[in-house]
Design a protein around this ligand. Structure first.
Ligand code: SF4
Length: 493
């Protein structure tokens, strides 16, 4: 059996980092961990080929070679996935699709022969058996959430690590919180399930043996969903990293209550975590309550961000406008918060009602859902009727982007962040590649539209932040992606 695993190309969103990756000399942020893990569950006698279309195009020769195509992705990949499925179908190639997208896109059964809903661990034996006998079912649905102790090491033989900016590892699935707009808790549940520290170490060993050095992304939606277990893992991670002379710097996603736990922060610092993404969403308490985001209420959020930054963790954060309780001045308040908290990489989006979420169900009941949505929270098409005038919301959103991603506002945030940032002692050099540095100088400093601001920033960083110059330049390059994309959004009327 020849199995073709296909991962769709990312559209141009903040998360794709498409405009920064060429400067870094990479083609994609990270490889498709879900497909690599599925591949590891397949029988040894199956031939496997992975086409990550972020790296190279899917060819007719690939389709001709395959007996079955297996696809995975998220709602943001919807259009690309439907296109690939239709291409397979036109050639009579059998198709199977799984991944988070199956939770959000209802038309998949019209395009794919088989749709796999939920996590694969318990379903794979039956699917494999049915495929071998030429009788796959139209759908498979996991009866329960599997324990992650069953999850094998991803099959990294299917990729070339050199094309990617970071390598992914998953430690846990699920989150104990209850945010109304979140689909993670609907798909993976509210009781975090974790791998054993031994499983994670085996993944690190695998990466190390493949000669990977640099960033490792722990892809969990909330790494600290179970703080006790996270601490157990961190002790082991720190020890492993020290014994191997710190080849890896980690980044992950975590809830804001990370700021309340000094021991956890110290342990993350010790294990060489360098960046954390968190959903701050809004500085407006009433909107947080509306979104059931209680873990962000009753605290000074700017203070929380500062505390995390002081442990050598750069904070990247998500912000949302469009809540029912958003006041008229929400746009100014978001800009003020983002500048004050010195969060360089602020992902601001318009609220999206993702299918399958509590928010979608509430708005459906209220007769306010317009369509399933597109999964891209930078897309200016609303999929629900907001309380605020829709045009006012879109204009206000664009105004936030315009203000926070002007080069001067962006570099001001980075400099403010560097001022309070205590760099970990043995931070791996993300920007160790002098060719990448030269690319940044040429692309941003010679041909960039914001040359003057760029050079002013580089000079300041070189003069005042020599110890963290690496971080400064990494943020300058990432800023280029955000500034380019923002310009594109603002130009699209
Ligand atoms: S904290 Fe994050 S992952 Fe957890 S429920 Fe809220 S949005 Fe979802």
């Amino acid at each position: 059996m020849n199995v073709l695993l296909v991962y769709p190309e990312f559209p141009d969103t903040y998360w794709s980092f498409k405009h920064a990756l060429p400067i870094e000399g990479k083609k994609s942020a990270y490889p498709p961990l879900g497909l690599l893990t599925i591949a590891a569950m397949m029988p040894a006698h199956w031939n496997k080929r992975l086409v990550d279309t972020n790296i190279r195009p899917l060819t007719d020769a690939d389709l001709k070679w395959a007996d079955v195509a297996m696809l995975s992705g998220m709602i943001v990949h919807k259009q690309e996935l439907l296109h690939i499925l239709d291409r397979c179908r036109a050639r009579g190639l059998q198709t199977v699709i799984g991944g988070p997208v199956t939770n959000s896109v209802s038309e998949l059964p019209q395009h794919a022969d088989t749709v796999v809903y939920g996590e694969a661990e318990d379903l794979m034996p039956e699917l494999i058996d049915n495929l071998e006998h030429g009788k796959p079912k139209p759908s498979y649905k996991a009866a329960e959430l599997p324990g992650l102790d069953k999850t094998p090491l991803p099959d990294l033989s299917l990729i070339h690590t050199k094309y990617y900016s970071a390598m992914p590892i998953q430690y846990s699935r699920g989150c104990p919180f209850n945010c109304e707009f979140c689909d993670i808790i609907e798909i993976y549940g509210r009781k975090p399930r974790t791998k054993t520290p031994g499983q994670v170490i085996a993944e690190l060993d695998q990466l190390y043996d493949l000669k990977w050095r640099g960033s490792v992304f722990i892809v969990d939606d909330n790494f600290i969903g179970n703080k006790r277990k996270a601490k157990e893992l961190l002790a082991v991670l720190a020890d492993w990293n020290r014994r191997h002379r710190r080849p890896f710097g980690f980044f992950t996603e975590a809830s804001v209550n990370l700021a309340d736990d000094a021991e956890l922060l110290e342990m993350m610092k010790d294990a060489n975590f360098t960046r954390v993404f968190m959903g701050i969403e809004t500085p407006v308490e009433e909107s947080l309550k509306e979104a059931h985001k209680m873990q962000n209420t009753r605290k000074n959020l700017v203070e929380s961000v500062r505390r995390i930054q002081s442990y050598g963790l750069e904070v990247m954060a998500g912000f949302i406008v469009g809540f029912d309780n958003d006041p008229e001045d929400i746009f100014d308040r978001q800009v003020q918060f983002i500048q004050e908290s010195a969060i360089p990489l602020a992902m601001v989006g318009i609220l999206l009602a993702l299918p399958g979420t509590q928010l979608f169900r509430r708005l459906m009941k209220e007769g306010r859902i317009l369509d399933e949505g597109h999964g891209d929270n930078m897309d200016l098409r609303l999929n629900f009727i907001p309380k605020m005038n829709a045009q006012k919301l879109i204009d206000g959103y664009r105004d936030i982007l315009r203000r926070i991603y002007t080069p001067d506002a962006y570099y001001e945030r980075v400099l403010r962040f560097l001022e309070r940032y205590k760099s970990p002692n043995h931070r791996p050099r993300v920007f160790s590649d002098y060719i990448a540095l030269a690319r940044s100088f040429i692309k941003q400093g010679v041909f960039g539209e914001s040359r003057t601001s760029y050079w002013k920033f580089v000079m300041k960083a070189a003069l005042h932040y020599r110890k963290t110059f690496d971080t400064a330049m990494t943020l300058a390059v990432m800023g280029y992606h955000f500034q380019t994309l923002t310009r594109m959004v603002l130009d699209s009327e």
